[in-house]
Design a protein around this ligand. Structure first.
Ligand code: PLP
Length: 388
């Protein structure tokens, strides 16, 4: 990253931690296949199992229940299959997801559209528990809810959701990709049955993740079959350098978690205080528990795509909540699900901080915002935004 740039898009991805780079560099030179019985193979296996142990310890799981994948998307896809059950319980037949999930969950995995239901969220971006109760009526469901939303940072009441799901005989999958490494996670305390995480959100490499299973969860239907790796749950020779980098990143993030979270929260509050100096700034999900590093805000009339380009020209990398497909900016499905109209749903600007974000960087962002908002909002008032 260029030294004069300010990176405030850590929810999209993070820079590689030095510990992860060192672990990967060492792993590239290992010749062995972790499935081989000779010394070279055993050496590679040791790296994979060390990483598995680090991940298991970080989320309070048994290492046997950690399945390495190619990232959060694959972990979610692996989790979302019919047939899952707890012990001798009834197998799952239907899927319930929240309307603010990541696209990899919204796709519904291997459930037919007719077997998938969507639970509403409140205007603060939290799952509507009354609606969930209604949807849980009937055959046991696999419910998939994210722990932290990637756009708003809102933290879902996962333990409460798990209790409702279990009372109805179902299972709960938690997409913890954004929450992992930013808040403490324990799979038993959450009462989650399956948990997805991804390396590149915590300073590990891109293209590596894991699905973690709680004790007693059975019936996971492998997406990739073949050599029997990962106890038959995900075939294919393991990505040894990537997994080693993931393990090193996990150890590094866990060592500084409390301190980093407290610092990021202070910086996030400083940022929001500065943003609020601009008339009309609205911060989404501000009154519910949120990740310490995320702020999603909007000013009515100011399109996010315009502001993202403006910030970029000022040397600041930020992101919009809205997605861009075939050259057309779509409103954010998260903000729409929260009940905001298409104009506001196209205006969400996300600033997400990380462990190396400094006061000086936050202040540079605010300086850029003052300059941009002065120009853009004036133009917006004059309805001349198209010129940008
Ligand atoms: N789930 C959430 C909440 C995410 O934010 C992301 C990535 O942005 C994913 C899943 C997908 O993870 P990956 O990029 O590792 O496939």
């Amino acid at each position: 990253m260029a030294r004069d740039r300010v990176y405030l898009d850590w929810n999209a991805t993070t820079p590689l931690r030095p510990e992860a780079r060192a672990a990967m560099t060492a792993a590239w030179d290992l010749a062995g296949n972790p499935s081989s019985v000779h010394a070279e193979g055993r050496q590679a296996r040791r790296l994979v199992e060390d990483a598995r142990a680090a991940i298991a310890a970080a989320v309070g799981a048994d290492p046997r229940n950690v399945v390495f994948t190619s990232g959060g998307t694959e972990a979610n896809a692996l989790a979302l299959g019919p047939g899952l059950r707890r012990g001798g319980g009834q197998a799952i037949e239907k899927l319930v997801i929240s309307s603010i999930e990541h696209a990899s969950v919204l796709s519904g995995g291997r459930f037919a559209a007719g077997d998938t239901a969507m639970v509403r969220v409140t205007d603060s971006g939290l799952v509507d528990l009354d609606h969930l109760r209604v949807l849980l009526d009937g055959p046991p469901a696999l419910v998939s809810v994210m722990l932290a939303n990637n756009e708003t940072g809102a933290l879902q009441p996962v333990t409460e959701i798990a209790e409702l799901v279990h009372q109805a005989g179902g299972l709960l999958h938690v997409d913890a990709v954004q929450a992992f490494g930013k808040i403490l996670i324990d799979i038993s305390a959450l009462k989650a049955d399956l948990l997805s995480i991804s390396a590149h959100k915590i300073g590990g490499p891109k293209g590596v993740g894991a699905l973690v299973l709680a004790e007693g969860v059975a019936g996971l239907d492998a997406l990739l079959r073949g050599g029997g790796q990962e106890l038959g749950r995900r075939a294919g020779t393991e990505n040894v350098p990537g997994i080693a980098g993931f393990g090193a990143a996990v150890r590094a993030v866990m060592a500084g978690l409390d301190e980093d979270a407290a610092r990021m929260e202070q910086l996030r509050d400083r940022l929001e205080e500065g943003l609020r100096q601009t008339r009309g700034v609205f911060v989404f999900s501000q009154n519910v528990p949120r990740l310490p590093n995320t702020t999603l805000f909007a000013v009515p009339g100011l399109k996010a795509e315009t502001a993202v380009i403006g910030f970029d020209l000022e040397g600041i990398a930020v992101s919009s909540g809205s997605a861009c497909s075939s050259g057309k900016v779509q409103p954010s499905h998260v903000l729409e699900a929260m009940g905001f109209g298409p104009e506001l749903a196209k205006s969400g600007l996300r600033l997400s901080l990380g462990w190396s974000t400094s006061v000086a960087e936050v202040d540079r962002c605010l300086e850029a915002w003052r300059k941009l908002s002065g120009t853009l909002l004036k133009l917006s008032d004059e309805t001349q935004l198209e010129r940008f």
